[in-house]
Write a protein that binds this ligand. Structure first.
Ligand code: SF4
Length: 342
């Protein structure tokens, strides 16, 4: 079976003079140092585990890639480009390069440099398009800067993935929904949703400990992430990740001190969205016995962990709800829901 893989190269804090209140990149990436001389070997090692049926992208994640020293940035792009142009025998074809960066590190000069390489996707750390939230989070740029960067990248033909955060200081459900809608209207093709986690040694941690910031509970984070997910899905924007990766030291209680920290957060959010949609269906139904077809691969999401969705719905409606796996692409109720959530 063929796979499409990212070969992630983490670049902790390189080139970033900012200190967003939530950020401790060394903690998040688990990396204490970065040695460019190791990158070639890291890529080769990752590709060695693939087959020629696979495809891969080399992904520079973790910092603000287009903000690092130009010489180093081009050196890293040169290394990646070699794998695009010269595939390893019998291993995955490298179809392109992707990177994450800040909106204020996108300029015409950067676009000109990127155009010399096989860069396909830029993940933009938008986080929020609410100026008050950006200021409270010490992001160092405003919403119009992020919108401008988004437009420039899209006009230059890149795929743009908008990274958004839930539960930042000053953020509300309304501002998070507005951010997701604005990104959809700008035309991003993908999104990530990161509920805020409070890491040790960050300004956010100090704010939490002094009572100036209250992190979201897990339930709040699930509900608010689901609202943002709903907007993206309604616009056909693929959400490629919800929540930080399990490798992000989330399980270390000395590092992750607060916020929405759950190893299966994405599953909880998608399951909650099913709960809401099924709830709407039942509230409109005249017949208490309902059978709903669910795409087979999503049946467990619809049922919920420990049958939570089914049990809640039965308790609320006294309904006899049957969820049946089928080869449909989306349950009918889900399609209907999309009409109402734009
Ligand atoms: S811009 Fe990115 S790397 Fe820099 S402090 Fe903010 S979140 Fe961290």
């Amino acid at each position: 079976m063929s796979r499409h893989l990212n070969v992630p190269i983490f670049i902790p804090h390189l080139g970033c003079p900012n200190l967003c209140v939530f950020c401790n990149q060394r903690t998040i990436s688990g990396a204490q140092h970065f040695d460019p001389a190791e990158v070639d070997g890291q890529i080769a090692q990752a590709l060695a585990t693939t087959t020629e049926q696979d495809t891969a992208e080399i992904a520079f994640f973790g910092g603000s890639f287009t903000g690092i020293d130009r010489e180093l940035m081009c050196c890293l792009l040169d290394i990646a480009e070699r794998y695009v142009q010269n595939p390893m025998a019998g291993k995955a074809r490298v179809s392109g390069i992707r990177m994450s960066t800040r909106p204020d590190y996108i300029s015409q000069e950067i676009l000109e440099i990127l155009s010399r390489y096989s860069v396909r996707t830029v993940e933009l750390g938008v986080q929020s398009l609410d100026d008050a939230v950006l200021a409270a989070s010490a992001r160092g740029h405003n919403a119009s800067c992020a919108e401008r960067a988004c437009r420039m990248l899209l006009e230059a033909g890149y795929e743009v993935v908008g990274q958004t955060m839930i539960g930042l200081p000053g953020s509300t459900l309304q501002s998070e929904i507005a951010t997701a809608k604005a990104l959809c209207e700008l035309g991003v093709q993908g999104a990530r949703i990161y509920p805020t986690v409070v890491f040790a040694d960050t300004a956010l941690c100090e704010m939490m400990q002094s009572g100036r910031y209250k992190p979201l509970s897990l339930d709040e984070a699930v509900e608010r992430s689901a609202a943002t997910l709903r907007v993206f899905e309604a616009h056909g924007v693929r959400v490629i990740r919800i929540g930080l990766c399990a490798s992000d030291n989330l399980s270390d209680p000395a590092l992750a001190l607060g916020g929405a920290n759950h190893p299966a957060l994405g599953e909880l959010v998608r399951s909650y969205l099913y709960y809401q949609n099924l709830r709407k269906l039942l509230s409109r139904a005249s017949d208490p016995v309902q059978q709903v077809e669910i795409p087979a691969r999503e049946l467990s999401l619809a049922i919920g962990q420990h049958k939570q969705n089914l049990l809640r719905l039965q308790a609320e409606f006294g309904a006899q709800l049957k969820l049946v796996a089928s080869d449909c692409r989306a349950p009918k109720i889900y399609e209907k829901e999309k009409e109402h959530c734009t």
